[in-house]
Design a binder for this molecule. Structure first.
Ligand code: ATP
Length: 292
């Protein structure tokens, strides 16, 4: 598939808002979400191999078999490239240097998959257009297409309808991972949609599709669900707000909580303050600029 090693970076994402608007008969949830990549990266190195696709990661929660999303992406690309009659290939080893916490709402697996699709496509002189690559990505998971074009986007449907959102300010995020993974499937299963709707009426959420306002729009319908099993989410939010964040919220289904800061200096001060608190000994903190 490739002749020399390729090295690519896969960014994490945060959800600046996430509203679950309904559940489809097939079980998928419909949502509206503003998603933004952030500068915290996994690094993937793709090297040619004799046959088959192998993953080396070394993270206890990341599978190294064919179920790894990066491996599935490589397989899918190979099949698509073959059906488009491009010269095919033997094998691939994917080494993942995992920096994005797993099961943290930061989309690491999805981003790894998108990075593999993009890297292989670039390597082969872009046989697939961006829409074609996004269509392939959608077969791997609802969040994968978001990572293909890069930049912030407004997602709707089951997360598969994406509109670029170029209107965000360049905030710095302080990400706090409480070192506990959360199952996205469990969170959605335990989401009470009726409660969400009532809360939504109260929160009076109005988004005009252009101006993101931290005070009005930083809302995540999944946060209350995750907090029932992880009260630490609320604790981290309070600490971030007490230490200068302009806003703080859980990303995706959790468990990471982010604070937003107008610049890196303010985020650094907050990080230093949080590191002094006794609770933070159990957490991992990352500072990451929004990739707007
Ligand atoms: P999601 O909402 O998609 O579950 P997340 O950010 O909460 O996203 P991920 O870190 O993407 O969670 O991991 C979700 C699951 O995917 C984990 O259980 C993990 O074992 C599996 N997985 C498969 N491939 C990968 C990969 N390349 N990197 C991380 N996790 C992977």
């Amino acid at each position: 598939m490739i002749t020399k090693p390729l090295c690519v970076q896969a960014p994490a994402k945060i959800n600046l808002f996430l509203h679950v608007t309904g559940r489809r008969p097939d079980g998928f949830h419909e949502l509206v979400s503003l998603m933004c990549p952030v500068a915290l990266y996994d690094t993937l190195t793709l090297t040619p191999a004799n046959q088959d696709i192998h993953v080396i990661c070394g993270h206890p929660d990341v599978p190294e078999d064919a179920s790894n999303l990066a491996a599935r992406a490589a397989r899918l690309f190979m099949e698509a490239a073959i059906s488009e009659s491009f010269p095919s290939v033997s094998g691939l080893t994917i080494h993942i240097d995992k920096k994005i916490p797993v099961g943290a709402g930061l989309g690491g697996g999805s981003s790894d998959a998108a990075a593999v699709l993009t890297a292989l496509n670039c390597h082969r002189a872009r046989p697939l257009s961006t829409p074609a690559l996004m269509e392939l990505a959608g077969r791997l998971g609802a969040d994968v297409p978001f990572f293909i074009p890069g930049g912030a986007a407004l997602a709707s449907g089951i997360g598969d309808r994406l509109e670029p959102f170029p209107h965000l300010a360049s905030w710095t995020a302080l990400l706090v991972y409480p070192n506990v993974a959360v199952s996205t499937a469990w969170v959605y299963k335990n989401l009470n949609l009726r409660l969400t709707k009532d809360e939504k009426k109260l929160s009076n959420f109005h988004f005009d599709g252009r101006f993101f306002n931290i005070d009005k729009h930083l809302v995540n319908d999944l946060e209350a669900v995750t907090q029932t099993v992880l009260p630490v989410v609320g604790e981290i939010k309070r600490l971030l707000l007490a230490n200068g964040a302009a806003g703080a919220m859980m990303t995706g289904s959790g468990s990471t909580v982010f604070g937003l800061f107008t610049n890196a200096e303010r985020a650094t001060l907050s990080q230093e303050a949080l590191c002094c608190s006794p609770q933070s000994q159990d957490w991992t903190l990352f500072m990451a600029d929004l990739l707007v």
